[in-house]
Design a protein around this ligand. Structure first.
Ligand SMILES: Nc1nc2c([nH]c(=O)n2[C@H]2C[C@H](O)[C@@H](COP(=O)(O)OP(=O)(O)OP(=O)(O)O)O2)c(=O)[nH]1
Ligand SMILES: [Mg+2]
Length: 317
């Protein structure tokens, strides 16, 4: 199945305004507008003669009565599933003059980042809410190394600031991988991080940790996980993304974006191919395949939550 090709997307700019406590401003759309009553990031359609930042300044002046002083690109989300394909270009704005007033919206709320997903948002905004509240890197453990070295490497990842780690140990049997996860969980929790157990549904259910579904497991029913247990899934195409969405996963890993030494035979999506698939899903998506931390800016520009990688993040030689 191919993603539908889109000649042009409507260019929309929006702002994640943040206050001194890091909360984000959500605005309730007017009752007369498309998506009435849903909560959004203030902004609007970019006019032809405008740059994204000029459009953002104008929209925030019109809608909130504030003057933007600086804006950093957060994520640019191509999204083709709505009434009209859009490209939602979201900027983080922490410096502005004035106090936001609802000049066009029904209401304004300053929202804790973790609570953003609890608001009814337009589908296209879901990846932006995730970009504001979840890690931009997923570190995956390398195969072929002994359990003590995996444990040492995972502690190194936590110390280096990684907060989302997928434990993938095809060299161990399922019970040894589960044992390793159980031993690592106290440290993972101490760092307020999440550990995703690769492929072991029963293990994740028992240990109360996260779970990363292999693409071959996407046909199954939703695992019984509590709301704090992150569910992610490996996806390679549109059909995988649709199944992951039906399973209500929290995020997916999509690739390969670049061809890699570990999967030489698999055709690479390239960033354009990645964005085309991204546009057909409302899930937060980590890009994988020949990528490293230097690719984070490019990843965000193509609508990715961030980058997933094995060797690029692994702290041991
Ligand atoms: N501003 C904004 N628009 C969004 C978000 N998410 C989302 O799907 N959209 C869609 C809704 C609209 O179809 C389109 C642009 O919205 P808009 O209604 O704000 O446009 P505008 O401010 O220029 O308003 P108007 O001139 O049409 O009255 O983008 C979001 O977070 N913020
Ligand atoms: Mg608007």
């Amino acid at each position: 199945m191919n993603a539908p090709l889109t000649a042009s997307r409507l260019s929309v700019v929006a702002a994640a305004l943040t206050d001194a406590d890091g909360r984000v401003l959500l605005a309730q759309r007017p009752s007369t507008h498309h998506h009435a009553g849903l909560w959004e990031f203030p902004g609007g359609k970019r006019e032809q003669h405008e740059s994204p930042l000029q459009a953002l300044r104008r929209e925030l002046h019109e809608e909130l009565g504030i003057e933007v002083q600086s804006a950093e690109p957060l994520i640019c989300i191509p999204f083709d599933l709505g009434q009209r394909p859009i490209e939602l270009d979201v900027y983080q704005v922490s410096r502005f003059a004035g106090v936001p007033v609802a000049l066009e919206h029904q209401a304004l709320h300053w929202v804790e980042r973790r609570a953003l997903a609890q608001y009814p948002l337009p589908q296209a905004d879901r990846p932006a809410a995730a970009a504001l509240s979840r890690p931009d890197r997923m570190a995956v453990t390398p195969e072929g190394i002994a359990a003590p070295s995996v444990a040492e490497g995972v502690i190194g990842l936590l110390r280096a600031g990684h907060r989302l780690i997928q434990l993938r140990c095809p060299q161990l049997d399922a019970s040894a991988q589960r044992e390793l996860a159980a031993a690592l969980l106290p440290d993972v929790r101490k760092f307020a991080a999440d550990l995703l157990l690769n492929g072991d549904i029963e293990g994740a259910e028992r240990l109360g940790c996260g779970l990363h579904l292999r693409s071959a497991q996407l046909q199954q029913t939703r695992p019984r996980l509590a709301s704090g247990q992150i569910l992610s899934a490996a996806c390679h195409d549109l059909a995988d993304l649709a199944r992951a969405e039906a399973l209500r996963v929290d995020c997916v890993v999509l690739g390969a974006v670049m061809s890699t030494a570990t999967h030489p035979g698999r055709a690479a999506l390239g960033w354009a191919g990645f964005a085309q698939l991204r546009a057909c899903s409302s899930l937060p998506i980590y890009a994988i395949g020949g990528l490293c931390a230097d690719d984070l800016t490019t990843a965000r520009r193509h609508g990715a939550q961030g980058v997933a990688a094995i060797r690029a993040f692994w702290p041991l030689p």
